[in-house]
Every structure is written in C-alpha cells, then in structure tokens.
Design a protein. Structure first.
Length: 115
C-alpha cells in the first residue's frame, strides 16, 4: 500500500520560490500518473499539476501555469513541485496523490506566502 510523505513547505514572502517533494515511503508510484493538489483554509481541495508516469506529459491548473513546474524521479519514487513567483493566494496545504486521488492522503506540507 502506497504511503505518501510530503515535505519542503514553509513560510516565504511573495515573489519567492519553493520546491516541495513527495516521496512514497511504502509502495511504488512509478506506474502512476502523479498529481499535486492543494487546500486552502475554508476551501475545497484544488488541482495543481499532474505528470505522466513516463514523464512526457504535464498539465497545470490555470492559476499555476507558467509559475509552477512538476517533475518526478522514478528511481527515487519522488515527485517534485517547483513553485516560482509565489503569491499570497498560493497559501495552502499541498498534497500529492495519484492523478485520480486513489492513494491514501498524506499529511501534506504547509506553504504560507506572506504579502
């Protein structure tokens, strides 16, 4: 059973960059398209980005395109999200999961962007 652990979040100022990671501590994610989602206080979970299992296709939510980059290292069983030009509205808990959210959700990593 896949167990996902997100890390790398923190408190940054608007305009800064942050790179967060998601590692499968149990099981393998190699054969799955993987995605990042986020949830801000009082809001529903929102799609951020997805990457195919063989790394040749990525897709982003409208407000993230051009600022965020999703990548993965299948040898390390890890998915990354490079976030540039962060805005206060990017503040949320960030989670990774399979494209359809089929794994148990991890605890996420908090990203807070101050203005």
């Amino acid at each position: 059973q896949v167990q996902l652990v997100e890390s790398g979040g923190g408190l940054v100022q608007a305009g800064a960059s942050l790179n967060i990671s998601c590692t499968a501590s149990a099981g393998t994610i190699t054969n799955y398209a993987m995605a990042w989602f986020r949830q801000a206080p009082g809001k529903e979970r929102e799609f951020v980005a997805v990457i195919s299992q063989n790394i040749d296709t990525t897709f982003y939510g409208d407000s993230m395109s051009g600022r965020f980059t999703i990548s993965r290292d299948n040898a390390k069983n890890t998915v990354y999200l490079q976030m540039n030009s962060l805005k206060p509205e990017d503040t949320a808990v960030y989670y990774c999961n399979s494209e359809i959210g089929g794994f148990a959700w991890g605890q996420g990593t908090q990203v807070t962007v101050s203005s």
